[in-house]
Design a protein around this ligand. Structure first.
Ligand SMILES: Cc1cc2nc3c(=O)[nH]c(=O)nc-3n(C[C@H](O)[C@H](O)[C@H](O)COP(=O)(O)OP(=O)(O)OC[C@H]3O[C@@H](n4cnc5c(N)ncnc54)[C@H](O)[C@@H]3O)c2cc1C
Length: 551
């Protein structure tokens, strides 16, 4: 008999899992609180401009290709339960993208959405106005290191070797491992110590680079997934290698175009998505088994299994009655560290005649302080006078996102979550003005303020309100050593039978590639628990707890 699944939330993780379950034969319904899918990747249409509100940096395009390749009756797993080498490069190496600057999505992806490589990956501005164009290419990287601190060239070679070892073990081999029991974790601990992957990422980079600038260049990336470089374990050095190996990409039309394409794929497989359908409660019977969901309007949807793509804290503290929770009571959820929040300013401005912006598609503009600013955001939870930002200018790649003669941009500023004593209604307008004035006066976008034609912004209130994330966190549970692997929320609920989690708060963590991996991990766990109904030639996956081998 066909089984049914209901997924709470149409974030990228939720939709990715929906595609997997629907393809495997589950009758899958996604219920989303907002009026459109995407979650953090929601799209704001404003005065003729299209703004991706969240993720803009796409990595690992073959994860995307894998989803578009799924056909009815396929679980995405081989019948033997022998997991294939899905993580090996299927796209050109980043250096080849220079020559092949065309489409970087695979053949199935290209039927739905056009994905292009972006070079350089990032331009990283330091506070003295100099910059580093990071493109993953060893020669240009060495040339720029030489210009900043020649003594660090030797350190870079060692960093490269050691970060590659972390990437191979941590991502290629262990990336899909589900840490559902302590033994799975204990088995990998010796390797993590051997690789020095448990010290902080910033401590790790500081072993190789004397220059403060280079320590920042090789550690800032975790901020894009909610990790404090001073606290996140050095296993996250793998991000550097993920980018270097498979490049950085952009979906033409914006990340929203990718979300729509995923929804189209899900619907073609026969799945149902219902927007403007907030879930009030997960229904749990006397045997502590999830039986469906009740929407805010009272309607009940019964299902054989329920998956929450919503924030971990919201799921346990609001959607499940306390009497059903044994391992995730309020006090434990509150004790966890929840990631920082963000202010994001969306703005469109007029181009000057013949103007060429001296900026790249992705720009990191670092402020005067690095460690002290991070301490304020993550640990002390105070809003600083200074700030660092990520300035995104997608119209340098896709002019269709703005009316002719205009650019569409956003700039994102990490700020403390709502554990901080900040009234954003009061502080917000002045903060936004300070950021835009800085971009104008310091010449990043000359005369910006007089050229802006549309503007809006979000603060931690947005993450707490419409996105229903505890304390307005922007990236779920913070990636720290104590919230990694087994200690990160589990994709199979320990409290309730037939309840699963997927997305940024669950394993392995936040970021678009990670939530797609989370979807695959959760799918494997479900297939193991329930068998894979209706999948041509497939047997239940033997051990969802196994990592895959890169060989
Ligand atoms: C501004 C910003 C920029 C980012 N940039 C990048 C980037 O460049 N690259 C990258 O890889 N990552 C980036 N990230 C991180 C990445 O966007 C997220 O980790 C990822 O998109 C989260 O996906 P998710 O599947 O966990 O679900 P989410 O996007 O968090 O979606 C969860 C969904 O659940 C819904 N929901 C919640 N409660 C309920 C309920 N009760 N009933 C029904 N629905 C509910 C919400 O409305 C939401 O749609 C960025 C994040 C932000 C915020």
């Amino acid at each position: 008999m066909t089984k049914s699944a209901v997924i709470i939330g149409a974030g990228i993780g939720g939709i990715s899992l929906a595609i997997r379950l629907q393809a495997a034969g589950y009758n899958t319904t996604v219920v989303e609180a907002l009026d459109k899918p995407g979650g953090r990747a929601y799209v704001r249409e404003q005065d003729g401009f299209t703004f991706d509100m969240g993720p803009t940096v796409l990595t690992v395009p073959h994860f995307i290709e894998e989803l578009f390749s799924l056909q009815p009756g396929e679980s995405g797993e081989p019948p033997s339960g022998d997991f294939p080498d899905h993580m090996l490069p299927k796209t050109p190496h980043a250096t080849e993208l220079r020559i092949n600057e065309g489409t970087s999505g695979g053949p199935e992806t290209s039927k739905y959405v056009t994905i292009r490589p972006i070079l350089p990956f990032y331009r990283i501005y330091f506070d003295d106005g100099t910059y580093f164009d990071y493109d993953g290419e060893p020669e240009s990287t060495r040339r720029q290191i030489q210009a900043i601190e020649p003594a660090d060239l030797e350190g870079y070679e060692r960093f490269h070797k050691d970060a590659r070892a972390i990437f191979e073990r941590g991502f290629l081999e262990l990336g899909y491992t589900y840490f559902g029991d302590p033994w799975t974790m204990i088995k990998v601990i010796p390797d993590l110590f051997k690789l020095d992957a448990v010290r902080s990422l910033f401590g790790f980079t500081s072993r190789y680079f004397k220059s403060d600038k280079l320590r920042q260049v090789f550690s800032f990336e975790t901020l894009l997934v909610g990790g404090n470089p001073l606290r996140v374990p050095a296993i996250y050095a793998m991000i550097h290698f993920v980018e270097k190996t498979w490049g950085i990409h952009f979906a033409m039309g914006g990340t929203g175009a990718l979300v729509n394409a995923f929804v189209q794929k899900f619907q073609e497989l026969g799945g149902t998505i219902r927007c403007s359908s907030p879930v009030d409660k997960i229904l749990v019977d006397d045997l502590r088994t999830a039986t469906g969901v009740r929407l805010k309007g009272g309607e009940e949807i019964q299902a054989d299994l329920v998956v929450s793509n919503a924030d971990y804290a919201h799921t346990y503290m609001n959607l499940i009655d306390a009497k059903h929770r044994r391992w995730n009571p309020d006090w434990k959820v509150k004790l966890m560290q929840h990631s920082m929040s963000l202010v994001v300013i969306y703005f469109g401005f007029k181009k000057k005649d013949g103007e060429t912006l001296d900026l790249q598609h992705h720009n990191i503009i670092l402020g005067p302080r690095y460690e002290a600013l991070l301490e304020n955001i993550f640990e002390k939870k105070v809003l600083s006078e200074d700030f660092s930002q990520y300035l995104h200018i997608p119209t340098l790649t896709d002019p269709s996102l703005a009316p002719e003669g205009h650019h569409a941009c956003y700039t994102l500023i990490p700020v403390p979550h709502k554990g901080a004593d900040v009234d954003w209604d009061k502080v917000g307008p002045g903060f936004v003005d300070k950021v835009l004035t800085m971009l104008d006066v310091e010449g990043y976008i000359p005369d910006l303020k007089s050229r802006i034609v549309t503007q809006s912004y979000i603060t931690p209130d947005y993450f707490e309100g419409p996105l229903q994330s505890y304390l307005g966190n922007a990236f779920g549970v913070e990636p720290r050593l104590e919230h990694s692997a087994f200690f990160r929320p589990h994709n199979r609920s320990e409290d309730i039978e037939n309840l699963y989690l997927v997305g940024a708060s669950a394993q392995p963590g936040a970021g678009t590639p990670s939530v797609m991996m989370s979807a695959k991990i959760t799918a494997r766990v479900i297939f193991k628990d329930h068998g894979v109904p209706g999948v041509v030639g497939a047997a239940p996956v033997a051990d969802a707890g196994q990592g895959i081998s890169a060989k």
